[in-house]
Design a protein around this ligand. Structure first.
Ligand code: CMC
Length: 373
């Protein structure tokens, strides 16, 4: 047997084919540049593109939104389960548990066909924001807010969370962030989902595993760390000194760096304008100015640039969303990409089973228990 190629963290390894997204020549979803999508489309249109392969026409969009809106409800036993979770359960963990539980209630649970997986994917897209909003309100002892059928993915989420309609500017900013978060080729959570379903497991198992992978601070969890960084830096005038000493201590500045993008992440540039506009609307631009100062040091000292989580964390904070909701919001968008990958993997499945480079003890004989020291 020949020795397989080895790259720690699979860096630079092509681990499969996809028609959903590429980072080559700038990030694009099914051929459309992400900046073009953010400028001209809604998240609902982009979710249709990812799941169904094409941007919808007006009638297709209406039909898609109607199907998704109709699925914006949870089985009552799941509501009881959410209410019964220990109150210290962070929202992302509650979401992971809820997605797993939703698999038990889905009428297509046992059907792994393409059509059934599309139906399940649309339902999960609808249910995830409901889980996040319901759990948020249950922990706070607030009454549940019924989903609205007439609102978009972003608008309905803000409505359910707050119990009142958001401004058009807030809806637009959240919507753009969801477009930018929706898909990203073979990132860790998507790859986890593909590994899971490559065993011919099911969509809910794949998405549950993906949420687990998303949680870590090197991936989706980074957006919840951004405000910690800014608060530790304190203020624009302290940011340079703080960043230099954090780098000296070899600390990671969460929201910077990327495994693939070494000269910057186009998504971060797009969302930065929305983060500043939201901060201005909230009357507090201190964190934007602090972020700018940190960016200057990171570019000069490390030749390192912000990723999408950097402006997303600031945008959500300026919108007065609580920090533990940030990674769940990432999930309520990325579920579109995850589901598209699950379906694509199953369309042309081959079990994902790589090899390992053995680094353990040399071959040795077992000493019977009675003779072991
Ligand atoms: N701050 C300071 N130093 C860093 C950072 C950072 N954010 N990221 C990497 N480095 C340093 C790292 O310490 C190492 O230095 P040295 O060579 O001196 O040991 C060097 O840069 C290379 O790091 P690496 O870990 O080998 O690089 P990677 O390609 O494996 O890492 C990364 C990619 C995203 C894990 C990393 O940049 C990181 O930890 N960033 C902070 C967490 C973060 O923002 N994650 C979000 C990623 S993108 C969107 C998403 O998935 O949500």
């Amino acid at each position: 047997m020949s020795t397989p190629a080895y790259s720690p963290g699979l860096e630079g390894i092509v681990a499969g084919e996809t028609a959903i997204c590429t980072v080559e020549g700038g990030l694009s979803y099914r051929g459309y540049a992400v900046g073009d999508l953010a400028e001209h489309c809604s998240f609902d249109e982009v979710a249709h593109l990812l799941l169904h392969g094409e941007l919808p026409n007006a009638a297709q969009l209406k039909a898609f939104q109607t199907r998704v809106a109709a699925a914006r409800r949870l089985p009552p036993p799941l509501k009881d389960l959410l209410a019964a979770l220990p109150k210290w359960t962070v929202p992302l963990d509650a979401l992971r548990t809820a997605v797993s539980a939703l698999g038990h209630f889905d009428q297509d649970a046992a059907d792994n066909s393409r059509d059934a997986n599309l139906r399940k994917a649309e339902r999960l897209l609808a249910q995830i924001p409901v889980v996040i909003a319901d759990y948020y309100r249950v922990v706070k002892g607030l009454p549940e807010v019924q989903a609205r059928q007439d609102l978009s993915h972003a608008a309905n989420f803000l409505y359910m969370l707050r119990g009142g309609e958001a401004t058009p500017q807030e809806v637009k900013a959240l919507d753009v962030s969801l477009i930018l978060y929706a898909e990203h080729e073979f990132n860790a959570s998507t790859f986890a989902a593909r590994v899971i379903v490559s065993t011919l497991s099911d969509l809910h198992s794949g998405i549950t595993g993906a949420i687990g992978a998303l949680k870590g601070p090197l991936h989706g969890g980074a957006n919840e760390k951004v405000m910690d960084i800014l608060q530790a830096a304190g203020a624009p005038e302290h940011a340079e000194t703080w960043t230099r000493s954090a780098l000296f201590r070899k600390e990671r500045i969460m929201g910077f760096g990327h495994r693939v993008y070494k000269t910057g992440d186009v998504r971060a540039g797009i969302l930065k304008a929305y983060a500043r506009a939201a901060a201005e609307a909230a009357g507090e631009t201190k964190w934007e100015d602090t972020a700018d100062a940190i960016e200057r040091v990171m570019a000069a000292e490390k030749n390192m640039f912000p990723n999408l989580d950097w402006p997303a964390g600031r945008l959500y904070h300026a919108m007065k969303l609580e920090i533990p909701l940030f990674t769940p919001i990432f999930a309520m968008s990325r579920v579109a990409g995850w589901s598209a990958h699950v379906i694509e993997q199953l369309d042309k499945n081959r079990l994902i089973r790589p090899r390992a480079l053995y680094a353990g003890p040399a071959a040795r004989a077992v000493t019977p228990l009675a003779h072991r020291a």
